[in-house]
Design a protein around this ligand. Structure first.
Ligand code: UD1
Length: 417
C-alpha cells in the first residue's frame, strides 16, 4: 500500500492550479442520467471518487471517459437503475443516483449506505422527501427499492443537508407539479447542480438561497457541455497549508467568493491575503494567532476544512477551540495529530487545543479524505520526517496532491510500503 513520506520544515512558495470541485461534479455526473444524452463535463478532477462514479455509470449501461480534465458521459443506453453495495460502500456519494433514477425510470434500487469513520450519517431526509413526492420505498437485503411516478410536494428539511437537497432537486426536476424545498443547502456545489439542471431545461427558482422552488418539466433536453466550479475545499487546504508552513503562494482557478469565511478566519490568524475574481495570493511568516472556529452549513465554515484548521491551531501562539456542528464525531484526526506532539482534548463535539511551538515528525495513519489532508499539512510543518499510511483516502479527494505540493517546494514523495 502506498505511503506519503514528508520531510518537514520547508516554506511553500509559488503557484498552484486548483482542480474542479469533487462535491459539485459527483452529483452532476449522476444528473447526466436524468435525461439520455452525450455530455461533456469540463474541469473534472481526476480522482478515485470521480472514477468510481464513472464506473457506476458504466455499470448501468452508459459510458464515462476522461480526456485530460474533461469527462465524456453518454447516458443514452442506461437501462439498469441499480447501485450495488460494492460501489456504495466505497463512496457514499453514489447515493446521488437515487433522485436521477426516480426521475428517469420511476424506479431505483440503491444499496443503503452504512456508517463511516465519522459517525452514522443517515439518509432519512432523502427518503422522507421522496416519499412525500409519492415514492414507495422498501428495504430488501440492505438495498432500498424505490418505486412510483413522482409529484411535486412541499419539503421542510429539519437540518440543512447537501446530499438530500441535491437528490430532491434531481427527483423534482421532471416530477408532476411544483416542489418547494425549505431549509435547502446553498453550498456552491448545490448552486452548480441547479445551474446544470437549468441548462438541462429545468425550471428552478431560488438559486443560491435556502428555499428552492422546482416547477417540474417533462420536456428536458440532454446532451451538452458544462464547466464544473473550482474546488473550494482543495483551495482552503492549500491556504491553511501556507498559513502553517509560512511562505507565499498564489492559487489559480479559484472562486474567492466561495471562501469568504475561510479567508476572513485566516486573516484573524494573521496571514496576508489578496484576491481577484479567480486567484488568491496568501503570504505568511508562520506566526499563528489562536482563532476559535465552529463549522456550519454554507456560508459557514466548512466541516471539510475542520481537520486542516485544527492542525493549524495546534501551532498557534495560544489556546483555541474547534467545534464541529455538522458531524459531532468527525475527530479521528485528533489521535494522529497527537502523535506529532499536538495538545488536544475533546468533550462532545468541542475540541480544545493548547498551542505548541513545534510538531515533531512521526508515522501516522489517515482515516478519511480530509483527515489525511490535515496530517499532510502538519507533517509539512513538523521537524523531521513523517510517514502517512492508508493514503488511498487522499486520492479520493485531492488530485495529484504530492505533485502540487512538490511544485511549491515541499519535500514530499509517495512510496510503496
Ligand atoms: C456532503 C459532502 C461532505 C460534507 C457534507 C457537509 C458530498 C459528496 N459530500 O455530504 O463532504 O462534509 O456535505 O458539508 O458532497 N443528515 C441527516 N439525515 C440525512 C442527511 C443528512 O441526519 O438524511 C445529517 C448528517 O448526519 C449531518 C448533516 O445532516 O449531520 C449534514 O449532512 P449532509 O449535508 O447531508 O452531508 P452529505 O451530503 O452526506
Amino acid at each position: 500500500m502506498d505511503k506519503i513520506v514528508i520531510n518537514g520544515g520547508k516554506h511553500l512558495n509559488g503557484e498552484v492550479f486548483i482542480s474542479g470541485a469533487k462535491n459539485a461534479v459527483l452529483p452532476i455526473m449522476t444528473a447526466c442520467i436524468i435525461e439520455p444524452g452525450k455530455y461533456t463535463l469540463n474541469n473534472v478532477p481526476d480522482l478515485r471518487d470521480t472514477r468510481t462514479m464513472g464506473r457506476l455509470i458504466e455499470m448501468i449501461g452508459g459510458s464515462a471517459q476522461f480526456h485530460k480534465n474533461s469527462m465524456q458521459i453518454n447516458t443514452v443506453n442506461c437501462d439498469k437503475p441499480v447501485a450495488p453495495y460494492e460501489l456504495v460502500k466505497t463512496m457514499r456519494a453514489s447515493f446521488y443516483v437515487l433522485g436521477p433514477f426516480m426521475s428517469r425510470y420511476n424506479y431505483a434500487e440503491v444499496s443503503l449506505p452504512g456508517g463511516c469513520a465519522w459517525g452514522p450519517r443517515p439518509v432519512d431526509f432523502h427518503l422522507k422527501a421522496l416519499e412525500s413526492m409519492g415514492a414507495t420505498i422498501s428495504l430488501e437485503r440492505g438495498n432500498l427499492i424505490s418505486k412510483g411516478k413522482l409529484h411535486g410536494a412541499e419539503i421542510d428539511f429539519e437540518k440543512v443537508s447537501v446530499g438530500a437537497t441535491g437528490n430532491t432537486l434531481m427527483a423534482a426536476v421532471k416530477a408532476d407539479g411544483i416542489t418547494v424545498i425549505n431549509n435547502a443547502a446553498c453550498e456552491p456545489d448545490i448552486t452548480d447542480l441547479v445551474d446544470f439542471l437549468v441548462k438541462l431545461g429545468g425550471n428552478i427558482e431560488g438559486r443560491d438561497t435556502t428555499q428552492l422552488t422546482i416547477y417540474g418539466n417533462s420536456q428536458l433536453k440532454g446532451g451538452f457541455e458544462y464547466d464544473i466550479i473550482p474546488d473550494r475545499i482543495e483551495a482552503g487546504t492549500f491556504l491553511i497549508g501556507v498559513a502553517l508552513t509560512g511562505g507565499e503562494v498564489t492559487l489559480r482557478n479559484v472562486n474567492p467568493k466561495h471562501l469568504e469565511i475561510v479567508i476572513s478566519k485566516l486573516k484573524d490568524v494573521g496571514v496576508n491575503i489578496q484576491y481577484d475574481s479567480d486567484s488568491i495570493t496568501i503570504s505568511s511568516s508562520g506566526n499563528i494567532n489562536p482563532v476559535d472556529m465552529t463549522t456550519g452549513a454554507y456560508p459557514g465554515f466548512p466541516t471539510d476544512l475542520q481537520a486542516q484548521w485544527m492542525a493549524l491551531m495546534c501551532l498557534a501562539s495560544g489556546n483555541s477551540t474547534v467545534i464541529d456542528e455538522i458531524y459531532h464525531d468527525r475527530f479521528t484526526h485528533m489521535a494522529e495529530l497527537s502523535r506529532f506532539g499536538a495538545k488536544l482534548h475533546l468533550v462532545d463535539n468541542i475540541a480544545s487545543i493548547n498551542g505548541i511551538k513545534n510538531f515533531y515528525g512521526a508515522p501516522v495513519m489517515s482515516t478519511d479524505i480530509r483527515a489525511s489532508a490535515s496530517l499532510i499539512l502538519a507533517a509539512m510543518a513538523a521537524e523531521g520526517s513523517s510517514e502517512i499510511s492508508r493514503i488511498y483516502h487522499i486520492d479520493r479527494g485531492y488530485e495529484n496532491i504530492e505533485m502540487k505540493l512538490q511544485g511549491l517546494g515541499a519535500d514530499i514523495k509517495r512510496t510503496q510500503a
